[in-house]
Design a protein around this ligand. Structure first.
Ligand code: ADP
Ligand code: MG
Length: 789
């Protein structure tokens, strides 16, 4: 592929309801570069009188204005890159822009609608579609998902992710080989054989990313995410493999500090918040400069990983995402400036072909065998790799005669056999080194030594085998133990999740057996309860905080929180949509089964006619019978028609399946987000109650989150009796029914309630929950008392 500059696109995010549009215009011409003009309004002048109206103009391959839809973005930007990747070239698409400008929306997609699917799911769908169509090659696909945060890499598909925080995971590190190729240690490559598997992995990675993010570490806007699809292809029988990579990159927010405003003569450059974006810019500046020999890729992990994508072997596209409301004009201008520099970089994508060493070995072995056969044919002798005992003795004699012969013209002729020639040389060397040892002895010694070693190695082998058996047993025992533990944890988790209403729909998700299509006897079936949680790592946020327990009150509060959460509408909508889709799929499945049995009936009729006509031909042979049968023809036409409608329905059926799966993943995601929001709110609430006890005790000053009060109002008496049940820490005699604190800080900070005794569990988090509830309850009672008065 010829050298080509990086294609740079711009996408303008739709304005929010309360946002005021900045002044900009798009000049979009077919076949030409589009240009974006941003006018800086005077009212943004930085405190001094400025009557100048600055205009900034930027060129892009194409500009997608606010109304551009995800499918158009995919078709124009991602599809050409995906095609290159399928042909064996590397590809990269990266989104660059300030936080909130739509990078994640563009790369991964929105969490609400199926039509909001971003570049990654659409590209996966496209790639797997194409692979299925091409039967001339054998394809293998893997995906990896890397997050780079604070210069450290983390594997988002690491199975251990669910148990740990980002920082606890083994770090992905960069290694460079002697050819300066970059290798990522600890980054797993997961095989994905179809679209569904790949989407699940994407979802898993996104979920892991969300989990690892805490309020303290807003990783999603400060980290870079690189989702990579690795495709390898090979023609059957060939030793050449093509390997290509497609990086889909969601960069960290490009916002800067030390803004100087845009009122001055020129917009002064501000510094990036994210250091690695600073290094990215350095690389880009260096690449855009002519005659620059050193490009500082090694300064940061991100530039090292994307080395090929920038100025190397890759077809690269950049999407500058712009949030063009008034307040973000300066950031948008920075983004456009960056894009203009990127547009100068030239890349040269080359076909990544390599020879598969395993296949090479097979080929070479075959070649050796062919040559051996040929040699056998020429010499008329069978050739094994070892010389026989007899041949060895013969050689020994020849050597002895040769050495004893005083004639200077005597020769040692062993024939044109390399094995014999080699043996003679070795033998002579041994004689040179041990002149006193007789040659006969040497040979026999060799033989007996060999026997000894054989015996020894046999014993060694037996021992090793035993050891291996032992280890295998141990591993089996450990695996069983692990399985049991995992099952226990899953059961506990299931109970926890069972309380959430929105999970019911997910649990009812169906699986449609597409393979059934091939087998004529099978039918389309709706198999119940394909549990998505098995393919997805669910994460018990709250139980993580509370050391595996989630108090009853906390659960109830969550129920209320969930109901009032803004996303519950999304869940409701998606639930309805899913119901519709399920119904549609069900009817479609039934129709497909109907058509299938009709086709089978018609086929049966045709066979019947064949038999009848054959029988007739035997009993009364007449010419007519061999002729065209209009009835059969009619039946065939009917089958043809039915097949067509079957085909159309089946395609719709397949489409619906993908949509349903996507909707299910979206709902899981929203649910996960909701749990996380709750976790944040809950821990803040508990913290503020612990830190400011006076706020809870005084009814006039209290500021408790309204949902929290609501949740308390919803608490049944049962819930309270659950909370106040006798705990193991309580005085068993019942005489001294005082509070037992396990946490000294809690004790010091929390004023004891005089009216109610609070039994605690000893778990500091659970205790904090209980205390928070008791105090809030007291407040409500106080307030009720006031109202009654
Ligand atoms: P970033 O990843 O750059 O921080 P996001 O992709 O998270 O930004 O976008 C911020 C918000 O704007 C999200 O709620 C997203 O759904 C919404 N959004 C972004 N781009 C679009 C778009 N083109 N159409 C509709 N909503 C969008
Ligand atoms: Mg983002």
């Amino acid at each position: 592929m010829a050298k080509e500059t990086i294609r740079v696109y711009a996408r303008v995010k739709p304005l929010g309801r309360r946002q005021q549009a900045g002044n900009y215009s798009v000049d979009d011409e077919e076949d030409l570069l589009s240009s974006l003009e941003i006018m800086v309004p005077r009212d943004l002048a930085d405190g001094f009188v400025n009557n100048k109206r600055e205009t900034y103009k930027f060129k892009f391959q194409k500009i997608f204005d606010q109304e551009a839809k995800q499918d158009v973005i995919f078709d124009s930007i991602a599809k050409p890159v995906a095609e290159c990747v399928l042909a064996g070239y590397n590809g990269t698409i990266f989104a660059y822009g300030q936080t909130g400008s739509g990078k994640t929306f563009t790369i991964t997609g929105g969490a609400e609608r199926y039509s909001d699917r971003g570049i990654i799911p659409r590209t996966l769908s496209y790639i797997f579609d194409q692979l299925q169509k091409d039967s001339s090659k054998v394809y293998t696909t893997h995906v990896s998902y890397l997050e780079i945060y604070n210069e450290c890499g983390y594997d988002l598909l690491d199975p251990r992710h669910e148990a740990s925080r980002l920082e606890d995971l083994p770090k992905v590190t960069i290694m460079e080989d002697s050819d300066q190729n970059i290798h990522l240690k600890n980054l797993s490559l997961q095989q994905a054989t179809n679209e569904e598997e790949a989407l699940n992995l994407l979802f898993l990675g996104d979920t892991n990313r969300m989990i690892a993010e805490t309020p303290m570490n807003q990783a999603s806007s400060r980290s870079h995410c690189i989702f990579t699809v690795h495709v390898s292809s090979k023609e059957p029988g060939s030793a050449t493999i093509r390997r290509s990579k497609l990086h889909l990159v969601d960069l960290a927010g490009s916002e800067r500090v030390a803004k100087t405003g845009v009122g001055g003569h020129l917009l002064t450059e501000a510094k990036y918040i994210n250091l690695s974006l600073h290094y990215l810019e350095q690389v880009i500046i260096a690449l855009a400069e002519k005659n620059r020999s050193h490009i500082p890729y090694r300064n940061s992990m991100m530039t090292s990983v994307l080395r090929d994508s920038l100025g190397g072997n890759c077809m690269t596209a950049m999407i500058a995402t712009l949030s063009i409301d008034k307040r973000n004009i300066d950031e948008s201008i920075s983004t456009c400036r960056f894009a203009q520099r990127v547009a100068l970089i030239k890349n040269e994508a080359v076909l990544n072909e390599e020879i598969d060493p395993r296949l090479m070995i097979v080929q070479l072995k075959k070649e050796i065998q062919d040559l051996k056969d040929e040699l056998e044919l020429v010499t008329g002798k069978q050739r094994t790799s070892e010389l026989s005992q007899e041949e060895l003795l013969q050689l020994d004699e020849l050597i002895e005669t040769f050495l004893k012969d005083n004639d200077s013209d005597s020769t040692l002729d062993v024939g044109a056999d390399m094995r014999k020639i080699k043996y003679c040389f070795i033998h002579m060397k041994q004689l040179m080194n041990h002149p006193k040892t007789s040659d006969k002895k040497l040979l026999s010694q060799n033989i007996s030594e060999e026997e000894d070693t054989n015996k020894e190695s046999g014993e060694e082998m037996e021992k090793l085998k035993d050891l291996l058996q032992q280890r295998d047993n141990e591993i089996n025992i450990l695996v069983n133990m692990l399985k049991k533990e995992k099952k226990k944890a899953q059961d506990a988790l299931f109970q926890l999740n069972a309380s959430s209403a929105c999970s019911t729909v997910l649990e009812q998700s169906l699986s449609i057996n597409l393979e059934d299509r091939q087998s004529p006897s099978s039918c389309f079936s709706l198999k119940g309860a394909k549990d998505f949680s098995s393919s997805v790592h669910r994460l018990p946020f709250l139980s993580r905080q509370t050391g595996g327990k989630m108090s009853l009150g906390c659960q109830e509060a969550f129920e209320v929180f969930k109901r009032d959460h803004a996303d519950s509408i999304t869940i409701e909508d998606n639930k309805q949509l899913l119901k519709q889709r399920f119904a549609e799929v069900k009817t479609l499945g039934e129709k497909l089964n109907e058509v299938r049995s009709k086709i089978n009936c018609l086929k049966g009729e045709i066979t019947q006619r064949h038999i009848q006509r054959a029988a007739l031909a035997v009993s009364s042979p007449s010419e007519e019978l061999n002729m065209f049968d209009p009835v059969e023809e009619k039946l065939r036409m009917q089958i043809e028609e039915l097949k067509k409608s079957y085909e159309t329905m089946f395609n719709r059926f397949k489409g619906l399946k993908v949509e349903i799966e996507h909707l299910q993943l979206l709902m899981e995601k929203v649910k996960m987000k909701m749990q996380k929001d709750f976790e944040v709110w809950w821990s803040e609430e508990a913290k503020s109650l612990q830190e400011k006890p006076e706020m809870v005790t005084s009814a006039n000053t209290v500021t408790v989150y309204p949902q929290f009060i609501k949740s308390l109002q919803h608490l049944s008496t049962n819930s309270f009796s659950e909370i106040t049940r006798v705990s193991p820490n309580e005085d068993p005699t019942g005489k001294n029914n005082s509070i037992t604190f396990s946490n000294p800080t809690l004790k010091a900070r929390t004023p004891q309630s005089s009216s109610t005794s609070i039994p605690l569990t000893g778990d500091s988090q659970a205790d904090a929950d209980i205390l928070a509830f008791m105090k809030a309850r007291q407040r409500i009672l106080q307030r009720k008392g006031l109202e009654n008065k």
